[in-house]
Structures are given as structure tokens and as C-alpha cells.
Design a protein around this ligand. Structure first.
Ligand SMILES: Cc1cc2nc3c(=O)[nH]c(=O)nc-3n(C[C@H](O)[C@H](O)[C@H](O)COP(=O)(O)O)c2cc1C
Length: 230
């Protein structure tokens, strides 16, 4: 594939891309032979280390879903928890992702923590929380998050920004007045991991990739581990 755009802007853009670097600075070491039997403790450790290293918003992640025809879509959402049940997040049921998860309840998550050159990918089945769990999720969050959820209509076409401003102001006031307000479409989801892959970047490109896969009865804790070529 050859590039045809010869404009100064295109050249400047390509020069910028070539000038940018990854995997620089002091990167942590990662011994893939000294790891826990299951991925959760390692994930919690890595998220803690990313936060301690100053990675901004280490609890945000890309969530990839697909529609009934298999067309993929991806966006950032916040991690609300990671425990024995899986990786928790929440959104509106009627949004694009919500509709896709209803049609095809599987997803992949991807975290990237550049200051420590680490990536974590998680994939598996997605289970929808009960209305009680979804409501608890909503009310554990900040008044600002409740106000944002009260606006609703996520992923619908917006006719004008002024309409959003009016709705956001009304929702903000309602969230202050009624901190227990419910948002019917707000839904808690849990991704039950079947595969979790840890990637540690290395300045000499000898990246470490360690994958945990659900192994059923084959191992005591239900996970098998394997290294992958980077
Ligand atoms: C840092 C960040 C965090 C976000 N967290 C959430 C979230 O937790 N839940 C959510 O529904 N949308 C969240 N969003 C907005 C989504 O990226 C997306 O725009 C929205 O959910 C609509 O996606 P959809 O049309 O694919 O359903 C977040 C966006 C950013 C940039």
C-alpha cells in the first residue's frame, strides 16, 4: 500500500509520528515465572503499580464489543471493580455497547499503562447485573456521575448542543436534590474472564507476554499459563 498524500500537512504528520517513541525510560522488570496461579492478583498488583508510577486514569480501559453481524466497536469505560466474579463496568443498556452486549454477550477489555509499558487484555462472557446491583453501582458513584447518568439517551443522535446543556443542567440539579434517583437504563456488567494476557514492554523489544487461559478441571485453580511470542 503506497501513500499518495504529498501535502506539507501529510509530511509533517508522518514526521511527527516517526519522532514519537514508546518503551523509553526506566521500565519495570517482569519475571513471568514468578507469578500467581490466577490472573486477578497480578492484575490488581499491576493496576496498583501503574497508579503508583503516576499513570493517569489507570482504571480506564478500552471495551470492545461486536454487533449481531460481527461488526466490532470499541470505546473507553471505567473499571468499577475486579474480583473473583470478573471485571466490572457499567453503562446504559440502550447505548450502542449495551445493545451489542444484549445481542452478543462477549467482550474484550484492554488496559494500557504507558509509563510502565504494560498492557493487559481480558476477554470473556459478559453477564448483566440485576436491577438492584445496577442501582447500587449508580449510587456508589459521585453526584457528578449520577447527574451524567440521569441525562440518558446515550448514543442517540443529539439535535443540538444546547439541548444537551439544558438536559445536563436539569440532571445536575436533580442529582443534588435526589441523590437516590434511579436511572432505569443504567446497567452493571461483569466480564467473566476466559483469557487474561499481561504484556510487559522492553526497551530492547524483548517484550514479555504471559497469557492465562481458563483450563477447566486441568489445573487446581482452573487456569493455565503460557508465554507468547511478542
Ligand atoms: C475516560 C472515559 C471514561 C468513560 N467511562 C464510561 C463509563 O464508565 N461508562 C460509559 O457508559 N461510558 C463511559 N465513557 C464514554 C464512552 O467512551 C462512550 O463514549 C459512551 O459510553 C458511548 O459508547 P457507545 O456508543 O459505544 O455505547 C467514558 C469515556 C472516557 C473518555
Amino acid at each position: 500500500m503506497t501513500t499518495t498524500d504529498d501535502s506539507p500537512e501529510a509530511h509533517a504528520f508522518r514526521d511527527l509520528l516517526r519522532s514519537l517513541r514508546v518503551w523509553t525510560g526506566e521500565l519495570p522488570a517482569f519475571d513471568p515465572y514468578a507469578v500467581p496461579d490466577a490472573p486477578l492478583p497480578l492484575f490488581r498488583q499491576w493496576l496498583g503499580e501503574a497508579a503508583a508510577a503516576g499513570v493517569p486514569e489507570p482504571h480506564t480501559m478500552a471495551l470492545a464489543t461486536a454487533d449481531a453481524a460481527g461488526i466490532p466497536s470499541v470505546r473507553i469505560v471505567m473499571l468499577h471493580d475486579a474480583d473473583e466474579n470478573g471485571w466490572h463496568f457499567a453503562s446504559h443498556r440502550g447505548s450502542r455497547k449495551g445493545r451489542e452486549l444484549a445481542a452478543r454477550p462477549r467482550a474484550s477489555l484492554c488496559f494500557y499503562w504507558p509509563l510502565v509499558a504494560r498492557q493487559v487484555r481480558v476477554s470473556g462472557e459478559v453477564v448483566t447485573g440485576t436491577p438492584e446491583e445496577s442501582s447500587a453501582d449508580l449510587h456508589r458513584r459521585s453526584p457528578g456521575a449520577l447527574a451524567a447518568a440521569l441525562v440518558g439517551h446515550q448514543s442517540e443522535v443529539l439535535d443540538s448542543y444546547a439541548e444537551l446543556e439544558r438536559a445536563a443542567d436539569a440532571s445536575w440539579e436533580r442529582a443534588q436534590r435526589e441523590p437516590d434517583a434511579e436511572v432505569e437504563s443504567w446497567t452493571a456488567y461483569v466480564l467473566r474472564p476466559e483469557e487474561v494476557e499481561f504484556f510487559q514492554g522492553d526497551a530492547r523489544r524483548r517484550h514479555v507476554r504471559l497469557r492465562y487461559r481458563r483450563a477447566g478441571e486441568r489445573t487446581a485453580d482452573g487456569w493455565q499459563r503460557e508465554l507468547l511470542w511478542p
